[in-house]
Design a protein around this ligand. Sequence first.
Ligand code: HEC
Ligand code: HEC
Ligand code: HEC
Length: 448
Amino acid sequence: MSNVKKGIAVVAAVAVVGVVGAFAYAKQATVTRDIGAGAENLTAPSAQLIEKGRYLAVAADCVACHTAPKGQPFAGGLAMATPVGAVYSSNITPDKATGIGNYSLNDFDRAVRHGIAPSGDTLYPAMPYPSYAKVTDDDLRALYAYFMHGVQPVAQANHGSGISWPLSMNWPLAIWRKTYAPAVAPLVLSKYQGDALARGAYLVQGLGHCGACHTPRATTMQELAQDESNPAFLSGGPVIDGWLAVNLRSNPAGGLGRWSEQDIVDTLSKARNAHSAVVGSPMADVVLHSTQAMSPEDLKAIAVYLKSLTPGPDEKSRYAVSDVTAKALKAGHDETRGAQLYLDNCAACHRSDATSNAKVFPALAGNPSVLSDDPTSLIRLVLAGSSLPSTKGAPSALGMPGFAWRLSDEEAAQLVTFVRQSWGNQASAADAGQVAKIRKQIDAEAQH
Ligand code: HEC
Ligand code: HEC
Ligand code: HEC
């Protein structure tokens, strides 16, 4: 054998050994504990237990992912994009043939907290089991009681995965789970001072899975942090469906540092507060399906916990109160193209001082969506507009028109840069290339 061929053979042998070893590692049974029924009768659960489970399912937003557009609640079939192809959520109604009607409590536990289906296959982490791993045994039993006895069974077969071979092989996922998914361990509540802080930590890290969107991810896709001990936790996530999940830590500028607890409660219950509004569809869904139906005490607990998250060490403030821009615009000093475009397109609603207007038009000065490092959300908003979700607490749904048809890429970039650098805002400039890319994405979405 020539040296070259020998080299290849060695590499191939190493690869085979690696794959076989990895496969064996992945197939090792993950030991999950029998959690038993505890004090509950899960065959004929009480109405209170079912109601408790219903509320927890709202806090965990199970319906958002497990319901297809125009589909029956919890019958699955929603396509979720992943870097390798679409994953479809499963039917989790108690239908015996197509849903989870035959699941035992331990089957349910393995799927929800450990990410393992009864077949032994690992679930795609599009199912946020790394967060649900923190759910308590008691809450898990209540969820089970609700899904078995409080949800209507729907006969609807599961959709096959849209991921093709070899990426569809399940063992790499199992390795991912074993390497990166945190061990199932209910949160140690005693490390949080006070009931509200502890409850908030539990809701945010566990059921609410806020970090699934708001915590940055590594290239291997796991969230960089699971709790407040790491400053990456909730420090701003990737772009989801075209919107950037903002920093939720108490950063005085880009994050929520200047918000009061009440501001956070208002946003979670009404999708708006005195100076800011929810704009992206992923967060609008969270408010509509989940947080607006949570109790005032639980929303307050979430706010207390978010306010306790100190800013990360290298987070510079990107906002300082200033009236320079407002004065210049009022005096007619609007020479820059960005300022002119702002007066022509935006000032009718957001005014020349860009402070919040009649609680309808959010402030642009010091606004987290305007100040984020990555201008994606602001560019998307200027091009495509947005509609404020109508909630029970604030039913009037108001929208902002899109300006894609009026502004060239260059104009939109100048306008976005103006908004990010005026009224005391100190965020980076946007360029026409970024606008062109997002315009293309919006056009492609409209074709689907
Ligand atoms: C962010 C989206 C998302 C949320 C929220 C979510 N799921 Fe899932 N879930 C999925 C996806 C996607 C799958 C399918 C994964 C796969 O096929 O590998 C899944 C799979 C499951 C399965 C496995 C079903 C089977 O095929 O055996 C169960 C059980 C389940 N989810 C229950 C729940 C419950 C209960 C909740 C709320 C506590 C919940 N899910 C919340 C996305 C989600
Ligand atoms: C499915 C992804 C997703 C999940 C889960 C999620 N968020 Fe968000 N969130 C976003 C995105 C995207 C934005 C930025 C766009 C916007 O403001 O609508 C956002 C914005 C926010 C804002 C700022 C709103 C504003 O007016 O600027 C707050 C506060 C917030 N989220 C809190 C939470 C909390 C608390 C949780 C957990 C209970 C949570 N989010 C879970 C995606 C998500
Ligand atoms: C017809 C009135 C109107 C016009 C014109 C308008 N907006 Fe808005 N804008 C709104 C409303 C209403 C909202 C809240 C919408 C929502 O949350 O879905 C909003 C939201 C925003 C937000 C999100 C703030 C937050 O809290 O996340 C930004 C940024 C913004 N507008 C910038 C602009 C810019 C830049 C222009 C000019 C290109 C503009 N708007 C033109 C009405 C308007």
